[in-house]
Design a protein around this ligand. Structure first.
Ligand code: FAD
Length: 474
């Protein structure tokens, strides 16, 4: 018997349902397999840095699997369809009897898996898929009418009710194989043509580093999370998103660790506010399965299709490069460009700025984020963008528009975050940094910093008008 484990967004030994199941039969030879799909990744705008992070995670995993006498094979195909042919060929070559994999819930990924099941079944290979990537299987948290919740709060309450009854299982790491496959693992080559680097000190790769980060977050930081989470200069959040996205840690492991360390986390304890974020992640993933149009660049709220977005390449480039003349927006965009990560509050601010101040289509921002983010994830990114653009599930009305300057004053009061990322403003003291040109005028200084590219008040009016017209039918 030969069992092949097809790894995708589940690069870990612990709590990996497919790997665990493949190792249940002590007689079976177990082989792990990873198939790169550069063409598909390009189509999905996966960032070079995320691919580099995946590669590093794979290299570490390969060593660990090899210590368990499980070789990790590597192959490359272009598209998902090609990856299925490649998978079939390899399964036949290695005389696989069974394929194990964890589901992925995005539309193209689901199609790929159906195709793989068809082709392998035709060759007499049994396919077994497992739920992973969420706390509970999508489609299992439903309203009384049996439909998916359209709003977060009732979804999270229903989810909490289930979790308070029973926590989802975490699977242990498999043991050393008695019957090793007589194969050596492959080298893991570079996965991306434009090898964009990421900061390995900030995000050390591998599932062990992820578990370590979770442990220390749970012990040291989670208590203050609810108080400090909105201030980008504070290192108050977990920084686990790249690991969760690439499956170097599971949401179930996060939940279990927090509940273990803080037994009141699911019943009103302050630590619950962090779990709430894990629930947002869960919500957007369940939503994607219930509404597959979200994977096809469609808005959740139908009438917002009528919005006439502005095509303005100059302003879009200024936003990308962090030269809009709005300090908090520019500092955030530079943080993204340099590290591939951005604080959640800042993601909301810059997304709101692109959509509500520049009236640029949220899909342009969504795409750019994917191409830069280390944690780029279709469900969370799409959810975040549609939230900011008021085209999504959010209950907040479209006329709630962030004022970028006030957001800066509120969440970076002394301007420390801005000063860190915009060296050209480093000489401006304290709060004055939020209106740098006013300060420069008073102090008769010339700044090497652009003037604001829009007038916020005016932009707000234009946007309200555009949304109002769209709501009336365009
Ligand atoms: P923590 O505050 O420690 O949160 C813990 C975990 O909860 C995160 O790692 C993440 O998995 C999840 N989470 C937190 N906030 C959210 C949220 N609002 N929606 C969904 N999940 C959440 N997150 C991504 O993982 N990938 C993305 O591509 C992504 N794009 C976004 C785009 C926009 C416009 C916005 C507003 C948010 C986006 N988010 C995305 C959500 C959020 O900003 C990040 O998950 C968070 O900043 C990651 O930092 P952290 O791990 O320190 O978070």
């Amino acid at each position: 018997k030969t069992h092949i484990v097809w790894l995708r967004a589940d690069l870990r030994l612990h709590d990996n349902p497919a790997l665990y199941a493949a190792c249940q039969d002590p007689q079976a030879r177990v082989i792990a397999l990873y198939i790169a799909t550069p063409g598909q990744w390009q189509q999905h705008d996966v960032s070079g840095r995320q691919l580099e992070f995946i590669r590093d995670g794979l290299k570490l995993l390969s060593e660990e699997l090899s210590a368990l006498r499980i070789p990790l094979l590597y192959a490359s195909a272009d598209s998902f369809t090609d990856s299925v042919s490649c998978l079939t060929t390899l399964c036949i070559k290695h005389q696989a009897t069974q394929l194990f994999y964890n589901y992925q819930y995005e539309l193209n990924e689901q199609r790929r898996d159906r195709l793989a099941e068809q082709q392998l079944s035709a060759s007499g290979i049994i396919c077994e898929g497992f739920h992973d990537g969420t706390l509970l299987p999508p489609g299992s948290v439903l309203t009384g009418k049996g439909t998916m919740y359209n709003v977060y709060t009732p979804f999270s309450k229903a989810l909490l009710k289930v979790l308070n009854t029973e926590l989802p299982e975490c699977y242990p790491s498999p043991a050393v194989r008695e019957y090793p496959a007589d194969l050596a693992g492959d080298e893991i080559p570079c996965l991306s043509p434009d090898s964009q680097q990421y900061d390995r000190k900030l995000f050390p790769p591998g599932h062990r580093a992820a578990l370590q980060r979770l442990r220390s977050f749970s012990q040291d930081k989670i208590r203050d999370y609810h108080r400090l989470r909105d201030f980008p200069e504070q290192p108050a959040t977990s920084g686990l998103s790249p690991y969760l996205t690439t499956g170097q840690i599971s949401a179930r492991q996060c939940l279990r660790r927090i509940v273990h360390d803080h037994p009141r986390a699911l019943s009103g304890g302050d630590e619950g506010s962090w779990l709430n974020e894990i629930f947002w992640r869960e919500f957007y993933r369940h939503l994607l399965v219930a509404y597959p149009q979200l994977c096809r660049h469609q808005p959740f709220t139908d009438w917002t299709r009528n919005i006439r977005w502005q095509q303005n390449d100059v302003q879009f480039t200024a936003w990308q490069q962090g030269s809009t003349g709005f300090p908090i927006v520019d500092a955030a965009m530079r943080q993204l460009q340099e590290t591939g990560w951005m604080h959640n509050r800042l993601r909301m601010i810059v997304a709101s700025f692109l959509v509500k101040d520049l009236l640029i289509d949220w899909r342009q921002g969504e795409r750019y984020f994917m191409s830069q983010l280390l944690d780029g994830d279709l469900a969370a990114n799409n959810g975040g963008w549609q939230w900011a653009a008021s085209t999504g599930t959010d209950a907040a009305p479209y006329f709630r528009i962030f004022n970028p300057r006030l957001q800066g004053e509120r969440f970076d009061p002394q301007g420390d975050f801005i000063r860190r990322w915009l060296p050209e403003l480093a000489g401006i003291p304290g709060k004055a940094i939020h209106d740098p040109h006013e300060w420069a005028k008073k102090n008769r200084v010339t700044l090497a910093y652009p003037l604001p590219i829009v007038d916020h008040k005016q932009a707000r009016q234009t946007t309200l008008q555009a949304f109002e017209t769209a709501r009336k039918g365009g």
